[in-house]
Design a protein around this ligand. Structure first.
Ligand code: SAM
Length: 313
């Protein structure tokens, strides 16, 4: 069994179904397939395929997400020093991370917000889906990360994006009911980044950190909700397994806004998905929280949590 902090595995055991637990634990290796997203703002998928194949890199396209290519792990250093990478035609992006824009489904011409945006992997994906048409605002609170976000937007040609260095918790009051779609990829305890046998990877993790993250997420999700137009969609995601940072964040939102919060189904054609949980700490949660998805880690992707909410008109 992989070496992981006991406090963490004890919690995980009550989150992950028994029949999946061992494979999940064994997936905390940190070793994943390498995935790149083709930046369709700078080249077509076919052009990118040709460029990579001319570099001698074999690509496997994800059928249901054509902009995603699986490439050999050994090609990472070649890729990251290539003109395709340096000139922003491809973005090396973890596959789970690509699922957020897939679920958000932004359309050209819409008004969209990315509320916790740096370094911008998901903002860039959203801009590409919107074909740089419409309004896309990206908010980031940490200065150094904000400048990294700006640099990435520049390199990848996401000219439609307006950036804001500010606390996302203030956006709701400033911009009420403004956005058709909002992505909140919330700062979290980053449990999915824990690597078995590597204590450095969990030195910042504790149950207290989970609770701290949950407090901030509560403020951010409520701000996002204020900024969402009636009829609009909010996708909330984290790279944590903890119900306090996931289902409970939405449970609190429902407590505050009641029937205005509708939980939508999420369709992703993958097997490593677990429904949201509807009971935690001896308390029953809203039954529709089962429509959330917990992406379980495997050889292709990290763990991830996503839920899609619609604001009642
Ligand atoms: N979506 C990003 C991407 O795909 O590249 C990753 C976002 S990361 C999970 C969360 C981000 O939220 C971090 O960059 C963090 O600095 C930022 N953050 C933390 N507190 C924030 C706040 N109060 N308001 C806005 N952003 C915040």
């Amino acid at each position: 069994m992989a070496e992981l902090p006991e406090e963490f595995t004890t919690r995980l055991q009550s989150i992950i179904p028994a029949e999946k637990y061992e494979s999940v634990i064994n997936a905390f290796t940190g070793r994943r397939q390498l995935t790149v997203r083709i930046n369709t703002l700078k080249n077509s998928i076919e052009e990118a395929r040709k460029e990579l194949e001319e570099m001698g890199i074999a690509v496997e396209q994800v059928e249901w997400m054509p902009e995603a290519f699986i490439v050999p792990v050994e090609s990472k250093s070649q890729l990251s020093s290539s003109p395709a990478f340096n000139e922003g035609r491809i973005y090396i992006q973890a596959f789970a991370s690509m699922l957020a824009a897939y679920v958000l489904e932004p359309e050209p011409g819409e008004t969209v917000l990315d509320l916790a945006a740096a370094p911008g992997g998901k903002t860039l994906h959203i801009a590409a889906k919107m074909q740089n048409e419409g309004k896309l605002s990206a908010v980031e609170a940490v200065k150094g990360r904000f400048f990294k976000l700006k640099a990435n937007l520049d390199t990848y040609g996401a000219t439609m994006v307006r950036t804001f260095l500010m606390d996302g918790r203030a956006v709701g009051k400033k911009c009420p009911e403004m956005f058709d779609r909002i992505l909140l990829d919330a700062p979290c305890s980053s449990e999915a980044r824990i690597i078995a046998g590597n204590p450095k990877s969990w030195e910042h993790w504790s149950e207290r950190k989970v609770k701290e993250a949950a407090r901030k997420q509560k403020g951010l999700i409520s701000s996002a909700w204020h900024s969402l137009k009636p009829g609009g969609r909010l996708v909330y995601c984290t790279c944590s397994f903890a119900p306090e940072e996931n289902e409970l964040a939405v449970q609190k939102l429902i407590k505050k806004f009641g029937d205005q919060v509708l939980i939508e189904d999420i369709q992703i054609p993958m097997e490593n998905i677990q429904q949201g949980i509807t009971e935690w700490g001896g308390k029953q949660l809203h039954p529709d929280l089962s429509k959330a998805v917990r992406v379980l880690p495997n050889e292709m992707m990290d763990g991830f949590f996503m839920i899609s909410l619609r604001k009642e008109i």
